[in-house]
Design a protein around this ligand. Structure first.
Ligand code: TXA
Ligand code: MG
Length: 349
């Protein structure tokens, strides 16, 4: 891939940065690539209606071209132009949009097959982040955007992550500071009969969906390994994902048993520790300790996870360990990312 000159804009207050957004919207309309902040993780955006622009996304990420892209829209009703919507979609939109929810519907031909990885469905999301919304609105087209990382690695949640991965591969990077949530959107598919299937857990939890009266079944790939020959409902599920360079492993046990295990290992170890255990581990182990938020506040853990995976790699860890999360509430999203980042390596002590 030939290197392109990447322009960087820092946007704190939208009204002061309209020119930067106009420039970026022009790039999108012209078939170029713009990395932009969202409330979940940074996105690598291009005009979703332009097959050549979508192709550039796959190239820049090194992503297999059968793994479809989410299209980002400015208003929930914009989905009409690109998908066959239904009542369930509008009920979901009423409750959760704009916000970190992606909905899969049957696609119209206005979205090229390239953007949707050859599928006859398409994923739509209306982000709540003001920069993302304004950029989509000003572009006048839906923006196809996967997470702005090199395929297979942890999703980017800070400007420095995207700069490392995407500088020289994209026309523009918009620096919007740290991503608020830190994990990608919840993905649900609306089946033709109106049933909902959860394909990827996120900030909007199954419990949130139940509370609003939506019945949802969880796709088995959310927590399990795909069996040989099993096809993934979401193509992304079959690929290696979120993985750091170091070996990543999840631990279930007491702080004492975890220490006992780690202190036997003769490696450069990074240990993600709930804040409540940091002092104990620091005093009793030679592992490098990475505070992972309070045990009781999963939002903090979600916000930190991808950042810490990248940080531990940068610090030269050979092995990274983290506590196995519960699968309740936002825990399911953490669990889903962590078992996949670790390739299902779990040690029960
Ligand atoms: O929060 C997010 O969703 C972020 C930000 C940038 O919006 N985007 C994101 O995109 O996470 P990506 O491409 O990294 O993950 C999208 C996942 C992939 O696993 C893909 O396979 C799945 O969504 N997907 C997209 N379209 C699909 C479809 N039509 N049917 C099933 N799965 C689909
Ligand atoms: Mg991704």
């Amino acid at each position: 891939m030939s290197k392109v000159a990447t322009k960087v804009f820092r946007i704190d207050v939208i009204n002061d940065c309209i020119e930067a957004l106009e420039y970026s919207a022009d790039v999108i309309r012209g078939g170029g690539l713009v990395v932009f902040p969202t409330e979940t993780v940074y996105g690598l955006g291009a005009d979703a209606t332009n097959a050549l622009a979508a192709e550039k996304i796959y190239m820049a990420k090194g992503r297999p071209s059968d793994n479809p892209l989410i299209i980002h829209i400015a208003e929930p009703s914009d989905a009409e132009k690109y998908t066959y919507t239904n009542d369930v979609y509008y009920r979901l939109a009423e409750c959760f949009m704009p916000g970190p929810l992606t909905v899969i519907l049957r696609a119209k031909d206005t979205i090229p097959k390239k953007t949707r990885g050859g599928l006859d469905t398409v994923a739509v999301r209306c982000p709540v982040h003001p920069v993302a919304r304004k950029l989509i609105e000003m572009s006048g087209v839906p923006i196809a955007a996967p997470s702005a990382n090199i395929s297979g690695g942890p999703s980017p949640t800070t400007f420095s992550h995207v700069f490392k991965d995407m500088e020289g591969r994209v026309d523009v990077i918009i620096d919007g500071g740290e991503s608020d949530i830190g994990l990608e959107s919840t993905i649900v598919k609306i089946e033709d009969n109106g049933d909902l299937v959860l394909l990827r857990p996120g900030k909007i939890t199954i419990e949130d969906l139940f509370l609003k009266g939506f019945d949802v079944t969880v796709s088995s790939a959310v927590v399990n390994v795909l069996k040989d020959g099993e096809t993934a409902l979401s193509p992304g599920m079959k690929y290696k994902h979120y993985a750091p360079r170091a070996t990543f492993c999840l631990l279930e046990g007491t702080a004492e048993s975890i220490l006992g295990y780690l202190n036997e290992r003769n490696k450069r170890i990074a240990l993600f520790s709930y804040d409540e255990d940091v002092e104990y581990y620091t005093n009793n182990s030679s592992a490098r300790i990475y505070p992972f938020g309070s045990r009781y506040r999963m939002e903090e853990q979600a916000h930190l996870l991808f950042n810490l995976l990248r940080q531990a790699d940068e610090d030269g860890a050979e092995e990274i360990y983290a506590p196995l999360p519960s699968t309740e509430g936002l825990g399911l999203a953490l669990y889903n990312r962590m078992i996949r980042a670790s390739a299902h390596k779990i040690i029960r002590l």
